[in-house]
Design a protein around this ligand. Structure first.
Ligand SMILES: C[S@@+](CC[C@H](N)C(=O)[O-])C[C@H]1O[C@@H](n2cnc3c(N)ncnc32)[C@H](O)[C@@H]1O
Length: 280
């Protein structure tokens, strides 16, 4: 066999690495448990009756250093570990102490209303955000990342030139996923996050800081209170944006931009999301 040819064991190794990556991607963004690649794990357990792959999954999720710094919610970790244990027991392989130890850590812990979600970028970095567990809380939808924000971030990763060297204003930033991804990957000169809700602004400021973005270093970043229904020409002139973005339909005349985007983040692709270009 030549050097460039891959044998079946190489193929399985590559596949396992991809599946491990998916487990990590889904776990840290707290994706629905049903969306994990369980069938692959099931087949692996069936074929070799070893807990080794589960141990690898554990190392990439609950035992990963990112989980110590920015843990998904207690409830989510409890459900995830219970599911792993269920699969492992159904596969009839040797018990794995670290799996039960990890579960013991979260079984007694109190559920919280806040959690961390981490979104892994193609460059290997993670955008970690403090988010609320509930979709709507404190009278706002702005304390969680919405699928539209993930889609817009993916579009930005595919169209970095639209932001490079520019001053970008984001309306209704929410917890900040889109803007932080753009700051990390698209080299804007300046990025202005904005929102109108006090609790959202507080969380947004904390997340911007958490991700090491400041006014002092490039890109220069600020977080402003801005209500797009009440903002004045003068406010917009002062910001001096070359590009304005929003992962939110603000009812302005527009046209729909079509075309595929690279899949980077895990979310429901069947959601109805459109990329729209607005006109003044
Ligand atoms: C559905 S959330 C989307 C948040 C974020 N863009 C995302 O996709 O994850 C809508 C956001 O718009 C903000 N918002 C609603 N009305 C607004 C207004 N008139 N001016 C500025 N922000 C507004 C809310 O506070 C909230 O953060």
């Amino acid at each position: 066999m030549g050097h460039s040819e891959q044998g079946p064991s190489d193929e399985i190794r590559v596949k396992k690495t991809d599946i491990l990556k998916d487990f990590q991607l889904f776990f840290f963004s707290m994706s629905r448990l049903a969306s994990f690649p369980w069938t692959f794990l099931e087949n692996d357990l069936q074929s070799n009756k070893s807990s080794e792959f589960i141990s690898d999954i554990l190392k990439q999720t609950c035992l990963h250093s990112l989980c110590r710094r920015f843990p998904p919610s207690v409830r989510y970790r409890r459900l995830f570990l219970s599911e792993l244990i269920r699969r492992q027991e159904a596969g009839g392989c040797d018990p794995l102490d670290e799996l039960y130890d990890a579960l013991a850590e979260v079984v007694g812990a109190e559920d919280t209303t806040e959690c961390y979600k981490s979104y892994l970028l193609p460059c290997g970095d993670a955008v970690s955000l403090s988010e609320n567990v509930a979709l709507i809380s404190e009278g706002t939808t702005g304390l969680v990342t919405w699928e539209a924000a993930l889609y817009l971030a993916e579009w930005a990763l595919d169209h970095q030139q639209a932001f490079s060297g520019r001053t970008v204003l984001e309306l209704g930033s929410g917890v900040g996923l889109t803007g932080i991804t753009i700051c990390r990957s698209c080299s804007p000169d300046r990025f202005v996050f904005s929102d109108c809700h006090p609790s959202v602004l507080q969380k947004l400021r904390a997340n911007v800081q958490l991700n090491g973005l400041t006014e002092q270093k490039s890109p220069r970043v600020s977080v402003e209170e801005l209500d797009w229904t009440a903002a004045t020409e003068e406010q917009f002139r002062q910001i001096g944006a070359d590009a304005v973005i929003a992962a939110e339909n603000a009812g302005i005349s527009h046209h729909v931009i079509t075309g595929p985007v690279s899949h980077v983040f895990p979310y429901n692709r069947l959601s109805s999301i459109e990329m729209i270009k607005l006109y003044r």
